[in-house]
Ligand binder design. Structure first.
Ligand SMILES: O=C(O)C(=O)C[C@H](O)C(=O)CO
Ligand SMILES: [Zn+2]
Length: 276
């Protein structure tokens, strides 16, 4: 498992581009035939991807966890970014189409990932957080989620946000997850920007054309930095970091959070004058 220690904003001021990417960017989330995971000490989130080919991929505990099973003390969300996947949890098989999610409760013992069609392998995005109690393992399909329309054409930020795990359809301990899709011609996500120092947030950008990029803003409000990101890369935003971006084309992104409170709407909105 790739380990990323927590960082503080004062140290981050001195990071050059390579250092920023090394600490916050997940370069290769989906690798054929592998589960790739990153353990971040920011709120102890684990994130990464599974891309099963012929054989199932088993989610084993890593030494970073020192538990008998991955979900022994953790909850997990699995979001299908592409292809058709299966997730086997203690013998029960859940089928996921694109934009379906499986929430796996704490205490689940055996978790494995498969692809319905190995010729078009599933890309399953994984996000896990420590959990203090067990909630039922539950599938959420895109059609179950009430879409929320945001933004304006003039602001180039028309987008649809869907909250899959936030205590409404699925109760979790601290994990929240959903995804947002930009309308054609719109490029800005999460603008006007916000922070929430009570939670860490991670984004996985997807559905970007190969040549397109997202210029992802991060860092302190009065000294922002950026990462140039391509399709199916993820970024860790520590609690003190703004997280927003503009694409050279429209795109989607999975957002996921964990931390102090369990309130999606808890955001400190940022006035344009505050951004530097
Ligand atoms: O487009 C947006 O705005 C978002 O999707 C924002 C994220 O959901 C977020 O940052 C939640 O804290
Ligand atoms: Zn946020």
């Amino acid at each position: 498992m790739d380990i990323r220690y927590a960082t503080n904003p004062e140290d981050a001021r001195g990071y050059d581009t390579e250092e920023l990417r090394r600490r916050y960017l997940l370069d290769a989330v989906f690798v054929p035939g592998e589960i790739r995971l990153t353990y971040s000490h920011q709120d102890r989130v684990v994130l990464g991807g599974a891309m099963p080919l012929g054989a199932e991929l088993t989610l084993d505990p890593d030494d970073a966890l020192r538990t008998d099973h991955f979900c022994e003390r953790r909850e997990l969300a699995v979001f299908c970014v592409g292809g058709r996947g299966t997730v086997r949890v203690d013998g029960a098989v859940y089928e996921l189409d694109r934009a379906d999610l499986l929430y796996v409760g704490r205490g689940s013992r055996d978790v494995a990932f498969g692809s319905a069609d190995p010729a078009a392998p599933a890309r399953l995005y994984l996000f896990s957080t420590p959990a203090h109690q067990s909630h039922p393992t539950t599938v959420v399909r895109e059609g179950d989620v009430a879409p929320v329309e945001l933004g304006t054409p003039d602001g180039a930020n028309v987008r649809t946000l869907r909250r899959y795990v936030d205590g409404t359809l699925v109760r979790s301990c601290q994990l929240m997850m959903g995804y947002t899709t930009l309308a054609p011609g719109s490029v800005w996500n999460t603008m006007p920007a916000h922070t929430h120092v009570r939670r860490t947030e991670c984004y996985l950008y997807f559905d970007l054309p190969p040549e397109a990029r997202v210029i992802h803003l991060m860092g302190e409000l009065d000294r922002t930095r950026h990462l140039v990101m391509r399709n199916e890369q993820a970024v860790i935003s520590p609690s003190w970091s703004v997280h927003s971006g503009a694409g050279t084309a429209d795109y989607s992104f999975v957002w996921a959070m964990a931390g102090e409170n369990y309130d999606f709407t808890d955001m400190d909105h940022v006035a344009m004058d505050e951004l530097r």
